[in-house]
Ligand binder design. Structure first.
Ligand SMILES: C[S@@+](CC[C@H](N)C(=O)[O-])C[C@H]1O[C@@H](n2cnc3c(N)ncnc32)[C@H](O)[C@@H]1O
Length: 843
């Protein structure tokens, strides 16, 4: 759509918009996977829940703002009032029409032109809705609405008070009669604010939801931002909030500016009341393989849609629905669900909890929009409760709230103010101006918040008892009004927030009203605003694209680029006495325990979800879909691995588990790690494995990152060997390797040890007797360096070409108790360990 786009003045263009243009917008809306229209943000402006169709074509942009017809064309087609079009005049002349006369035998027909119908939608002919009568004369003054693209959150001052103890808090809870009215709740805003909001909303009581939606779409300056390339508009709200708050969620920093999450650490997050998951899709996209998310939401129509996470790796997001995990119902009100989800998150974050929690709960409040806040009180509470239960100290939280007029909700904000370092109430521009939605942003959870968590848990237990139809009672206060109103900075902040957001909402509602009445009004700044804001939020202006099924061979070639592929099918050399003698510096090598034959090593290419392919060493470039093993890997993941039968337990209870042992990493979620140091590759790999491991998914093959040893410490490997009864061992004790840090007490039968070169020729690592430390020595130039020179780092290729497999098969005795005859032609433990020992300085 071509529009005159001058900011800030030319707000509206009045065109003779035909009904077909409006219909055009309807077509556009059908392609919009608009989250709000499920009625879950429930405010009046959204109308009742509507089942929306998914984009018919994945490439249709969410932000498409045009019906395809230019406004100029329509203006040109429109006829001036009082005259007939050429075609109509010709037809009428044929029927004997004379200018100024009516048609009919005696010219008795109507002289004036029949006006185009102003009937809207399915509204009955002649029905007039007070305040919404169609009229071309209704105008909209752009000056009424403030458009500020430079959004800023205002923060409540830091609360210096200590967190109250549980006894004090229990004394704060007050029960009262159930209340279902809001119009007298003006303790935390000006009387006028509440009155205006309720009055403005009531205008729309009889308006068709579709009419409402169209007027809203045309009037909201930020409407065409939509979901950008994410699955819904919600994702863009998160993008908007994150960017305005200096990426405090996706890139958290300490107060001195240092990143909270180190390069090889995982950014953990949780997304609650969160289906279909647009927020998480945004986080996973922005953090690109650096984060792992956990989510809980109600099962059903609004469940997570991981298959629609086109932008970010859904493989790194794990839903959990409370009691019974994946089979649970996800209802956050239930204390048992809360407890199950909390332990799940804690267990998967090393007991620490997540770095941040997002909550966006909402449900349809059709017909009761004015009391949405009252109906949502338990949702507000439970989201805060679960969030603080899974956050680590210093963690951040954001949660959608609607109105904040009642003491109950304000009390909840107050509790957050007492346990977080800073709190803000913020409405991003992506949240439609005419609704009452806003977000509470809580920065840095305090260590001493436990009494508040316990108190909120108890409040929820009480709410579960009272919020049943048979009860006439409710919890009216969780913090006494006196405390809320006597904390001056807090009270002033809440009132100011309610008044300013309320005024904006009223303007938004009035604007929709004007646009509903006059179909010729247009918001001309939408396209410019969209471009400007996407830039500010660092969101590329791209189309939403469904991933296409890529050909593994061509994708592999694209990834590898012009690097020599000789190492891919290179067989790892078996360690012999001769090759052992080639090992001259122990410090140049690392070791990992092998669980399969070297010839069984495979490359695995992940192309998103279950599109995972494998290539055997000797396959001359053929990639085959991994159908026998179920794996889910993010797009552009390329690893080298072996399939190992691990064992767990003993005796008849012993279980065999097929696992994937990763031996090296080339690409992880699209990131090229080939040229990193082996240690660094392994760090990244460990992080990756943690992110994609889903303990809720027994159908997926477990992926394991190896234990890495220095060659000089190879005897530590021997120290982790044991003789155990193992399935398939014909009743005899078998040599087993017990991995480090294995929570599940898994073990496997080792096939030997891979000895991997991690220093690149001509560099080696030597021992400096004078400084008593290692240093890098260039055998060609004789240059030495205590710091790792970049050209001393062996890439994946160099490591692979200089690796050895010390094979442990029949005739090799590693443990004294092992009953076996040693084969002198094979490399024994003594020979290998002695050789390595001799390479080490005698300190
Ligand atoms: C507006 S949607 C969330 C949108 C989401 N943030 C996104 O980005 O796609 C509100 C969600 O709250 C969920 N919800 C409502 N009541 C809930 C409850 N009692 N327990 C868990 N989830 C709930 C709804 O099922 C819905 O998925």
């Amino acid at each position: 759509m071509k529009m005159s786009l001058k900011m800030p003045h030319s707000t509206l263009s009045s065109s003779s918009e035909s009904d077909s243009d409006v219909d055009g917008l309807q077509v556009e809306e059908e392609h919009d996977s608009d989250d709000d229209d499920d009625g879950s943000d429930g405010d009046y402006e959204d109308g009742p829940p509507q089942k929306k169709s998914k984009p018919a074509h994945p490439q249709i942009p969410n932000n498409m703002a045009s019906s395809g017809k230019s406004m100029e064309n329509q203006s040109a087609n429109a006829k001036s009032e009082g005259s007939y079009s050429k075609f109509a005049a010709k037809m009428m002349a044929k029927m004997g029409h004379k200018e100024g006369m009516g048609l009919g035998k005696f010219g008795q027909g109507r002289v004036g032109i029949v006006e185009a119908s102003t009937q809207r939608g399915r509204r009955g002919l002649g029905l007039h809705i007070p305040g919404l009568e169609p009229s071309k004369d209704v105008d909209w003054d752009p000056a009424e609405e403030e458009i500020d693209l430079d959004e800023k959150a205002t923060w409540l001052p830091h609360c210096e008070l200590a967190v109250p103890d549980i006894e004090t808090l229990r004394g704060w809870m007050t029960t009262g009669p159930k209340k279902r009215t809001i119009d007298d709740e003006n303790q935390f805003c000006q009387e006028e604010t509440l009155k205006s909001i309720l009055q403005c909303k009531s205008v729309f009581d009889n308006l068709e939801p579709e009419e409402m939606r169209r007027a809203r779409t045309r009037s909201n300056p930020y409407e065409t931002i939509r979901g950008a390339f994410f699955l819904n508009r919600a994702a863009m709200k998160m993008a908007n909030i994150d960017a305005v708050l200096d990426f405090m969620f996706t890139s958290p920093k300490h107060s001195d500016g240092r990143p909270v999450v180190g390069p090889n650490e995982i950014l953990y997050f949780a997304d609650i009341c969160a289906g279909p998951g647009g927020f998480s899709e945004y986080i996973l996209w922005r953090t690109k393989g650096e984060s792992k998310g956990f989510g809980m939401t109600l099962k059903g129509a609004n469940d997570f849609k991981l298959e629609d996470f086109f932008a970010g790796p859904g493989e790194m997001f794990e839903p959990h629905y409370g009691v019974r995990g994946l089979d649970g119902d996800g209802d956050i009100f239930k204390p048992d669900n809360q407890a199950a989800f909390i332990s799940f998150v804690k267990e998967n974050t090393d007991g620490l909890g997540v770095h941040f929690v997002m909550a966006d709960g909402g449900f349809s409040v059709d017909g009761e929009e004015n009391i949405q806040e009252i109906l949502s009180k338990q949702l507000y509470l439970c989201q805060c409760l679960v969030a603080i239960s899974i956050l680590r100290p210093g963690g951040h939280f954001m949660c959608k709230l609607f109105d904040l007029f009642t003491s109950f909700s304000v009390g909840l904000v107050y509790l957050m103010y007492r346990i977080f370092d800073r709190v803000s109430l913020f409405k991003p521009v992506t949240s439609r101006p005419a609704n009452s939605e806003r977000y509470i942003i809580c920065r840095s959870l305090r260590q001493d918040m436990e009494p508040v968590r316990q108190y909120m848990h108890e409040v929820n237990l009480n709410l579960n008892k009272l919020l049943v139809p048979t009860s006439t009672l409710d919890i009216s206060l969780i913090v006494p009004n006196k405390i809320l109103t006597e904390d001056d900075p807090f009270f002033a902040y809440i009132c100011e927030s309610n008044d300013s957001l309320g005024q904006k909402q009223v303007v938004g509602l009035r604007k929709i009203q004007a646009f509903a009445q006059n179909a010729n009004l247009h918001e001309t700044r939408q396209a410019d605003i969209r471009i400007e804001l996407l830039q500010r939020w660092k969101i590329p202006d791209e189309l939403r694209k469904a991933p296409t099924k890529q050909n593994p061979k061509s994708r592999f070639d694209e990834l590898i680029g012009d690097e020599k592929q000789d190492y891919i099918s290179h067989p790892v050399e078996e360690l012999t006495l001769e090759s052992l003698r080639e090992i001259k510096c122990a410090y140049d090598f690392r070791c990992i325990v092998a669980g399969a034959k070297a010839s069984e090593r495979i490359y695995i290419l992940g192309l998103g979800r279950t599109h995972v392919f494998q290539r055997a060493l000797k396959s001359s470039g053929n990639w085959k879909k991994m159908d026998d093993l179920r794996l889910e890997l993010p797009t552009d993941t390329l690893i080298e691995a072996e399939i190992v039968q691990e064992l767990k337990g003993e005796g008849t209870g012993q279980r065999k588990m097929t696992t994937l042992h990763v031996l090296d990493a080339l690409f992880l979620v699209g990131k090229d790690v080939r040229n990193l140091h082996f240690n660094e590759r392994m760090e990244k790999l460990r992080k990756f494995v943690k992110c994609v491991t889903k303990f809720t998914r027994n159908d997926l093959v477990r992926i394991v990152a190896p234990d890495v040893y220095r060659l000089e410490e190879i005897s530590l490997i021997v120290g982790r060997l044991e003789l155990r009864r193992a399935k398939g061992g014909h009743g005899t004790n078998q040599l087993c390797y017990i991995p480090q840090h294995s929570q599940e007490q898994r073990f496997f039968r080792p096939s030997g040890v891979y000895i991997i070169k991690t220093t690149k020729d001509p560099w080696t690592i030597q021992w400096s007797r004078s400084s008593q430390r290692k240093y890098f020595f260039n055998t060609r130039t004789n240059k030495s360096d205590f710091h790792c020179p970049p050209d001393s780092i062996a890439s994946v290729r160099e490591s692979k070409l200089k690796s050895y497999h010390w094979v442990w098969d029949e005739g090799i005795k590693l443990l004294d108790q092992q009953v076996c005859k040693e084969d002198d032609s094979k490399l024994s433990k003594i020979v290998v360990l002695d050789h390595i020992h001799r390479l080490l300085p005698q300190r």
